[in-house]
Write a protein that binds this ligand. Structure first.
Ligand SMILES: N[C@@H](CCC[C@H](N)C(=O)O)C(=O)O
Length: 310
């Protein structure tokens, strides 16, 4: 067994961490280059607890890709992806990808002196959702998130919707569209900002049918007008799988932009600004070298503190 796969039961006293966020989606980050600190789900949940721990939406371990089996697979096809973002939700469960997290992850690697990333350079990062290429941008970092996909393609193409979502504060179940950004999302369109504000997300929305590994649920309101200066605009709130309501979700913003653009039809723009409670992220759709449509996410990444566990 690879050492990185063994759960580390040693006390966390003395463990160095950083706290960072991307548009208010916050993370605890640790550097564990050789894979010696594989925390249990319970330890992660305790650290992310906002009352008894440090508090965060997610936990990110920076580990060299070669120290994890899934990282080694990635290195075989992309030898440049030296670093792997080992991401867990605040409840200790694993997720394939985190769009805000990957920007904060790169800011952390730079702050720790583990990588140098100059303007115009690109850095390949291994994740459980595949390799993501990150570069500096005007608003922080931009990330090539790869292609988006319908989770239920037949229903989605036939009806434009594939499921129903019930949430407290909404009187009737709403039609929704499920989209994968490496991790699962279900996007619900609401009529206006009053409806968005009135939606209660203390409890998880019910999604029927739910994607097999659960889903993150985004509530999106198109701006009036939908497009200004060639940019599509939506407001969004999100209930994240394994967390609850968060101030922002990068993969969720990509999914909400993809769904809204699909509903809007052929004339819809390729660039979207998604206004979430924690700020604004930009989503751009572009054709990859093989012709498939890919998604780019850009937004800020901030490290706010470094600390040592007592
Ligand atoms: N906040 C993230 C998404 C984190 C993972 C998600 N909760 C899941 O379980 O898929 C983002 O910025 O993308």
């Amino acid at each position: 067994m690879n050492t990185a796969e063994m759960i580390d039961e040693t006390p966390l006293t003395g463990l160095r961490f950083s706290k960072g966020h991307g548009t208010g989606n916050d993370f605890i980050l640790i550097a564990d280059p050789e894979g010696e600190r594989n925390l249990t789900a319970e330890q992660i949940a305790n650290l992310c607890n906002r009352h008894h721990g440090i508090g965060a939406d997610g936990f990110i371990r920076a580990i060299r890709s070669r120290r994890l089996p899934e990282g080694a697979q990635i290195l075989a096809v992309n030898p440049g992806a030296e670093w792997f973002m080992d991401y867990s939700n605040g409840d200790g469960t694993c997720s394939e990808m985190c769009g805000n997290g990957v920007r904060v992850f790169v800011e952390f690697l730079v702050a720790q002196g583990l990588v140098i990333l100059d303007l115009g350079e690109e850095l390949a990062i291994g994740t459980r959702g595949g390799v993501k290429t990150v570069a500096r941008s005007e608003n922080g970092y931009r990330v090539d998130m790869g292609p988006w996909e319908f989770i239920f393609p037949e229903k989605a193409r036939e009806r434009g919707m594939d499921s129903l979502v019930e949430a407290a504060g909404l009187e009737v179940a709403r039609p929704a569209l499920s989209i994968s950004m490496g991790n699962p999302h279900t996007v619900v369109a609401l009529a206006d900002l009053a409806e968005l504000e009135g939606t209660i997300l203390f409890t998880a929305p019910k999604v029927d049918p739910e994607p097999v590994h659960g889903t993150n649920v985004e509530f999106a309101v198109p701006a009036e007008p939908l497009v200004s200066d060639g940019v599509g605009r939506i407001s969004m709130r999100v209930h994240e799988r394994g967390v609850g309501e968060t101030l922002s979700c990068g993969t969720g913003a990509c999914a909400a932009a993809a769904a809204t653009r699909f509903w809007a039809g052929d004339q819809a723009p390729d660039i979207w600004d998604v206004d979430i409670p924690g700020g604004i992220v930009r989503v751009r759709f572009f054709a990859g070298s093989d012709g498939t449509e890919r998604v780019e996410l850009s937004g800020p990444a901030v490290i706010v503190a470094d600390g040592v566990l007592a």
